[in-house]
Every structure is written in structure tokens, then in C-alpha cells.
Design a binder for this molecule. Structure first.
Ligand code: SAM
Length: 290
């Protein structure tokens, strides 16, 4: 606690505080100290935050700062900060501004020259990535996909060749549809990690090829509920020069399905079938768009 209290927490600063994503104990000592110092707490949902603060024995004035009033909330917060208060910003769970309100407030305050300081802590994306075992050095955070099926599919198609682990948030009632579309778009053999209910009682981290993901979810009715992060392994890297693969696939795709073309091209070129499958998928899509 010494390290916490000895640090200076300047007035006139916005403190962006991460809160737990499940287990109530996942909050830092510094975060609790800053919440206790704050003159007010700007939050996504005042009822949720009042409940959370109650669990830590805190009671603070709350400012509603949700998706629909971020600009007005920012003005209100700016006036209070300029009068020398300390304000903390929290969302319902995890890190504010990460698929949550907060980013616009930080933007407006930073543009006014107001200091903003983060209190690091839980975020579902990073927690899931850390336990995924997916090895790529890069990751690409997508967050929530569009709700409409056609838009969701288009969004996924634009990601098939990204050489980075892809991280998605998904609502439980859309998990089966999303996994189905992912298997069609990314190919059945691409590895997926489903991180469910992180830090909660029924936490599960499951890794499998995309073709098995739906079976896993449907094997237990509970799995169609709860919070999910979906991680999709990075696109297999093609050799810098993929001219030969494109030439062979171009011919085969005239007569074969994507799957058959990839299998035959693998025999002809010696390249990996999965890599060729991804390339064939994107070539067919490029052709359909023309
Ligand atoms: N700001 C939060 C963060 O830093 O992770 C994310 C908020 S976003 C509105 C909520 C989504 O995050 C959920 O729909 C789910 O996809 C993911 N999520 C949040 N808590 C989770 C948990 N305990 N386990 C798995 N996913 C979680």
C-alpha cells in the first residue's frame, strides 16, 4: 500500500480506471486508491457502478457517461476538472474505451489540454489472448462485428488475409451464427480459441479447428450463454512471391471448388493446403466482386 499512497495523484486530472470483468477481486490497489480519492466517478451505468463501489466500501457522486451522452458528459467533466477536481472514468466492466464508452470523453479532454492518466487492469481481449496459446507476434482487435448477417460476413471476408491473431467480442445469442460464418469464411481448419466467462465460476478456454467450434458450443446448453471472446489464428503467411500459387489456382478455380483447387494446387506446388485454401478463397471473392 505504501507504493500506492506515496505516489502523487494530481488534481485536475481524469483517471481512466479499469474494473473487473468477472471476479470482483480483479482490481488493482492503485485503482481502488484513485476511486477513493476521486471527487466524482463518470460511469457507463450509475446503478452498476454504485453496486461495484459498494462492494469496495466506497460511496461517491456519480456522473452518467454512456454511449448516448459522451459529448455532454465530457463538457461537464471538463468544467469540474478545470475547477481542480479529480474525476475517475469507469465502464461497466474492463477497460473504458475498449468496445465501451470513454474514448470520446478522453479525446475531447485531451484536446482541451487536460491530463489523462490510465489505471491499468482487466480487459477481456488481453486476458483471452494471454491464455490462448496462439503464437503470432501481432494481434488485431476487432471487437464486436456488425449485427446483420450480410454485413458480418463482409466484415469477416475483409479479414481473411490479416497476418495477425484476430480478436472478436461476441454476444452469446449470436455465437453459433458467428462461428458458422467464420468457418465458411476463414476455412474449416483455421484454429479458433473460445474464451468464455473469463475469471468467473464457469470459465472455459477451448481451442480447436473452426469446424469443431460449433459442435463444442452445442455440446452443452450453458455454452450458448455467457460472455465470449473469440480468437482466430493468424492467416497462414504466403511466400512473398505468390505468383505461381495464383497462376495454378487461377486455372483450377475455373473448374473446381475452392477446396478441390487448394488440394490439387498443394500437390502441384508443394505449398501448404491451408495456405492455398485461404488464397483460393480470397481469389474467388475478388472475382465475385469484379
Ligand atoms: N471494456 C471491456 C474490456 O475491456 O474487455 C469490454 C466491454 S464489451 C461491452 C463486453 C464484451 O467483452 C462481451 O460481450 C464479451 O465479448 C467480452 N467480455 C467481457 N467480459 C468477459 C468475460 N468475463 N469473459 C469473456 N468475455 C468477456
Amino acid at each position: 500500500m505504501d507504493a500506492v499512497t506515496r505516489q502523487h495523484y494530481p488534481a485536475g486530472t481524469l483517471y481512466v480506471v479499469a474494473t473487473p470483468i468477472g471476479n470482483i477481486a480483479d482490481i488493482s490497489l492503485r485503482a481502488l486508491h484513485v476511486l477513493s480519492l476521486a471527487d466524482a466517478i463518470a460511469c457507463e451505468d450509475t446503478r452498476n457502478t454504485a453496486q461495484l463501489l459498494g462492494r469496495y466500501g466506497l460511496n461517491k457522486p456519480l456522473i452518467a457517461a454512456h454511449q448516448h451522452n459522451e459529448r455532454e458528459a465530457a463538457e461537464k467533466i471538463r468544467t469540474r476538472l478545470q475547477a481542480g477536481e479529480r474525476i475517475a472514468l469507469v465502464s461497466d466492466a474492463g477497460t473504458p474505451g475498449i468496445s465501451d464508452p470513454g474514448a470520446r470523453i478522453v479525446d475531447l479532454l485531451s484536446q482541451s489540454g487536460i491530463p489523462v492518466t490510465p489505471l491499468p487492469g482487466a480487459s477481456a481481449a488481453i486476458s483471452a489472448l494471454s491464455a490462448s496459446g496462439l503464437l503470432h507476434d501481432h494481434f488485431y482487435f476487432i471487437g464486436f462485428l456488425p449485427v446483420k448477417n450480410s454485413q458480418r460476413e463482409t466484415a469477416l471476408r475483409s479479414l481473411t488475409q490479416i497476418p495477425a491473431t484476430l480478436i472478436f467480442y461476441e454476444a452469446p445469442h449470436r455465437i453459433t451464427d458467428t462461428l458458422k460464418t467464420m468457418a465458411e469464411v476463414f476455412g474449416h481448419s483455421r484454429t479458433v480459441v473460445l474464451a468464455r466467462e473469463i475469471s468467473k465460476l464457469f470459465e472455459e478456454i477451448h481451442r480447436c479447428p473452426l469446424q469443431e467450434a460449433l459442435i463444442w458450443v452445442q455440446a452443452d446448453a450453458h455454452r450458448e450463454k455467457g460472455e465470449y471472446v473469440i480468437l482466430v489464428d493468424a492467416a497462414p503467411e504466403l511466400a512473398a512471391d505468390d505468383t505461381e500459387a495464383r497462376r495454378v489456382l487461377g486455372i483450377l478455380l475455373e473448374a473446381c471448388s475452392v477446396k478441390q483447387a487448394a488440394a490439387l494446387a498443394a500437390q502441384l506446388t508443394g505449398m501448404k493446403k491451408n495456405t492455398l485454401y485461404q488464397l483460393a478463397l480470397s481469389m474467388r471473392e475478388e472475382k465475385e466482386e469484379d
